[in-house]
Design a protein around this ligand. Structure first.
Ligand code: AVI
Length: 315
């Protein structure tokens, strides 16, 4: 790896097949990796929706509680923005709570999943006709040319920032010309609670993880034998993150156009990192990205935070 400026992994470019092939190059690294944006084909988006309803996956419920309790206070703190853009909007169910309170405004949701976005756009247009919805199917950085510099609120919730390491998170947030930022982060907590949230009893997260291989077999012609791979969630305390891995009992895998790799028994593909934060960690990322935290909203059980930050004045 070069020591060049950190890449923003969801920057995309080159069309979906080119992006998939590029992503598959990670299979030849040590350790092997695949990027988390690959999860969200139509089936992956459905499985993610199921994850958000699992008893073990508290994140979505905790964040929704924050929106239901504090929507008015959040908008007040954000200066009642007339333009709200959201990265990785998905089905935008939590943001809809904010939009309902906001009233007349423009909403620019951005997501790689066209299916999830279609659901969100149809629902919000039907229930909130005063909101002017302008969807963008694309990667995070595709929002930049759409919104003007200045008075807008960037919404980045669901602990999606957690998929990035700190340098990547800073590169992404620094590229956003918003003057206000609403950032949802999951708190560091008992590792057993975290492991269960990412390895649920019903096996939905396992199916979500394994769907990556189904997708690569279908769209790139790889030959992953699904019965030779299983899902694992691991807690890395030093990095303060859950890592999702697909672990093999051993297989030689061929990626058409790129070659073959022998995976020994016990080797894994690292498919996702989900960082967990304390207040200082969030403030450090915000400061490095040119924002200052103004106020933090937390659910009653103290599991999840939503921070409202403002662009720091130039020094
Ligand atoms: C979207 N993202 C922030 C979720 C998370 O919690 O890191 C994705 C996820 N992966 C497994 N379960 C949920």
């Amino acid at each position: 790896m070069s020591s060049a400026a950190p890449r923003v992994p969801w920057a995309g470019g080159g069309g979906i097949t080119g992006a998939l092939l590029d992503a598959a190059r990670g299979l030849f690294r040590d350790p092997a990796t695949l990027p988390p944006w690959l999860f969200y084909d139509a089936r992956g988006s459905e499985l993610f929706e199921e994850i958000t309803r699992l008893p073990e996956y508290y994140l979505t419920r905790a964040e929704r509680e924050i929106f239901e309790t504090y929507a008015e206070a959040i908008l007040e703190a954000a200066g009642r923005p007339s333009l709200i853009a959201e990265l990785g909007a998905g089905t935008a169910e939590k943001t809809e709570i904010l939009l309902r309170t906001a009233g007349r405004c423009r909403y620019v949701p951005v997501d790689v999943s066209e299916a999830a976005m279609a659901v969100a756009v149809e629902r919000i247009r039907a229930s909130l006709p005063e909101v002017d919805v302008r969807p963008v199917v694309g990667t995070h950085l595709d929002v930049v040319p759409i919104v003007a510099t200045g008075a807008w609120l960037l919404v980045f919730i669901g602990s999606s920032i957690g998929n990035f390491d700190d340098d990547e998170a800073v590169a992404l947030l620094s590229a956003m010309p918003a003057d206000r930022l609403l950032l949802g982060t999951d708190r560091k907590k008992d590792p057993d609670v975290l492991i269960r949230a990412y390895d649920d009893a019903a096996g939905v997260t396992a199916a979500f993880d394994l769907n990556l291989l189904v997708r690569l077999n279908r769209e790139l012609g790889t030959d992953f034998a699904l019965d030779r791979w299983h899902h694992e969630a691991r807690w890395d305390d030093a990095r303060s993150r859950i890592e999702m891995h697909l672990v093999t009992s051993g297989q030689e895998v061929t990626v058409p156009g790129l070659g073959s790799r022998i995976f020994a028994p016990g080797e894994s593909i690292h498919t996702e990192s989900c960082h967990k934060y304390d207040r200082e960690h969030v403030e450090r990322i915000l400061r490095r990205s040119g924002f200052v935290r103004e106020v933090t909203f937390t659910d009653a059980a103290g599991r999840f935070d939503v921070h409202l930050a403002r662009r720091a004045p130039p020094r």
